[in-house]
Design a protein around this ligand. Sequence first.
Ligand SMILES: NC(=O)C1=CN([C@@H]2O[C@H](COP(=O)(O)OP(=O)(O)OC[C@H]3O[C@@H](n4cnc5c(N)ncnc54)[C@H](OP(=O)(O)O)[C@@H]3O)[C@@H](O)[C@H]2O)C=CC1
Ligand SMILES: O=C/C=C/c1ccc(O)c(O)c1
Ligand SMILES: [Zn+2]
Ligand SMILES: [Zn+2]
Length: 357
Amino acid sequence: MGSHGTEKTVTGWAARDPSGILSPYSYTLRKTGPEDVVIKVLFCGICHTDLHQTKNDLGMSKYPMVPGHEVVGEVVEVGAEVSKFEVADTVGAGVIIGCCRECAPCKADTEQYCNRKIWTYNDVYTDGKPTQGGFASAMVVDQKFLVKIPPGLAPEKAAPLLCAGLTAYSPMKHFGLMDAGLRAGVLGLGGVGHVGVKLAKAMGHHVTVISSSDKKRAEAVDHLGADAYLVSSDEPGMAAAADTLDYIIDTVPVSHPLEPYLSLLKLNGKLILLGVINQPLQFLTPMVMLGRKSITGSFIGSMQETQEMLEFCEAKGVTSMIEVVKMDYANEAFERLERNDVRYRFVIDVAGSNLDP
Ligand SMILES: NC(=O)C1=CN([C@@H]2O[C@H](COP(=O)(O)OP(=O)(O)OC[C@H]3O[C@@H](n4cnc5c(N)ncnc54)[C@H](OP(=O)(O)O)[C@@H]3O)[C@@H](O)[C@H]2O)C=CC1
Ligand SMILES: O=C/C=C/c1ccc(O)c(O)c1
Ligand SMILES: [Zn+2]
Ligand SMILES: [Zn+2]
């Protein structure tokens, strides 16, 4: 991290166009404001959203784009009015790094639903500078958008909790799905899904994984603790499980029919959509009417929920299952993520990588 006056020059790995291929990119961080914290990035997870964004799946990508929103770092500098953190703390940043602080969602501590939220990358900060993510040596983050990593969590395994963990935890909390004894479904056993299984088990739920293949059955049951495993194309198996689940977290990142999964829900069951899909999904209304079922969605979680979820994970021994790689493996990791070849999250050892090869 070099210095020019008070603007620090850093190296990140950026996508330059919708090929999504990452390469070293040098840029300056904004000056450290009174409420800002400068972090040295230690680890950063690779979320499927990073793939959607670098490849412009949503049609809103701006380049150069330094992705990464599952960031664990070490505090190296604090602004004059920072009260929550001090130098050497281990902290986490997630999907958003700003909000308006005035609207109803902000006042209710649900700032993730603020219409003026600022995304960690692929956005513009209040000073007009593009925001850049955690595939970089350092970041400047307002203290409101950082959490403390509890000492009982290994930093590299905590990184995926900052998006994947939160995304599974927040709807469980919001929709009153934390009581022991509930019957949960997790559709899509990837980054979000595998932490979803672990969180639901820690809450005392009976967990059924619903996967597109049989490949992850043994791991799901033996390593993640799932109670049952269904392959979505197994019609007799799916029919036998009809009307058994209280809720399903649906993490599939591509278009898929909803009816097979609505059938699995009990009366009043909830299908919670989490995947970012840029095409319409279809279902017939009787599939929700006959059973008073809900199709809903959820977007990450609040900063308050992030801290609470990390403490829940520490207390219950929940961590992510990861493959740690160096930055020079990032392009291969993205390709493997795209072909569903990761168990279950890549985490980049940013501080241990040579970012300027
Ligand atoms: N709502 C929110 O706030 C958030 C949304 N997301 C979104 O959730 C989705 C899942 O993210 P994440 O868990 O990181 O993704 P992963 O790629 O890690 O997992 C997705 C899983 O979905 C299943 N799947 C089914 N069909 C496909 C396909 N064609 N390609 C890839 N996977 C497939 C696979 O599970 P299996 O092998 O079991 O079938 C796969 O492991 C993404 O769309 C992401 O953008 C992510 C974080 C926050
Ligand atoms: O991975 C976290 C971000 C999820 C996300 C959800 C919805 C949406 O429109 C996005 O652009 C990102
Ligand atoms: Zn994410
Ligand atoms: Zn707001």
